[in-house]
Design a protein around this ligand. Structure first.
Ligand SMILES: [Cu+2]
Length: 209
């Protein structure tokens, strides 16, 4: 165990990009489409571009992730759901679109992501109440796939309200109508073959160095 840790730190000092372990993702993006017509916010899960039925799978790949992604270590994870603007959104002055998690299965954790291909530059900051963070999170209008994590096998869901709020405080602004969406996941056992391949790969890497 100690030996493995030494190897990892030496590789990190060398600064090799190959030594970085970012959270894995598989499965096509499943977008949570957001609209705003000037009064009404709309939010719905895309079933046209990606007809994959929900709940979406969460898998524990057993990876020791590069910080700050190590908040996902030991967890069943998914980044398939992503908030995405469905058409042009024109916001009132000093207003922003906020997403608030109003309920979730106990144990569910969510961390800030972004575009999945940009995972090396995500903040992995806790959001939606995770680790004492605010329940509401300001969406910047760009595609955003948060990292959702669960501690154990089983079914998980989270309810989100999407609303127009003050761009600074997040306070709800009157005159606008919010909408709600429920996202669901199921944490499943990881394929044994994938784990074995991963272990074999790590062993080969250690031998080479
Ligand atoms: Cu996406």
């Amino acid at each position: 165990m100690f030996k493995t840790a030494c190897v990892v730190s030496v590789v990190a000092i060398a600064g090799s990009a190959q030594s970085q372990v970012w959270p894995q993702f598989e499965g096509a993006m499943k977008h949570v489409l957001i609209t705003f017509d000037g009064t009404n916010v709309g939010v719905e899960i895309d079933h046209l571009v990606n007809p994959e039925p929900t709940p979406l799978p969460m898998v524990n790949y057993g990876d020791a992730h590069t910080s700050p992604a190590d908040v996902l270590d030991g967890m069943y994870i998914s980044s398939q759901y992503g908030f995405l603007a469905d058409g042009l959104i024109s916001l009132p002055q000093d207003a922003a679109i906020w997403v608030e998690m109003t309920g979730a299965t106990p144990g569910l954790e969510i961390y800030e992501g972004g575009r999945r291909m940009m995972r090396a530059s995500h903040t992995y900051a806790p959001i939606f109440g995770t680790d004492g963070s605010d329940a509401a999170w300001q969406w910047d209008g760009n595609m955003h796939h948060p990292w959702v994590a669960a501690p154990a096998l089983g079914d998980y869901e989270a309810i989100f309200e999407v609303y127009i709020g003050d761009a600074v405080t997040g306070a709800r602004l009157s005159g606008y109508v919010s909408d709600e969406v429920t996202l669901d996941w199921v944490a499943i056992p990881s394929p044994a073959s994938a784990s074995l391949l991963g272990l074999a790969g790590a062993a080969a890497l250690r031998r080479r160095r």
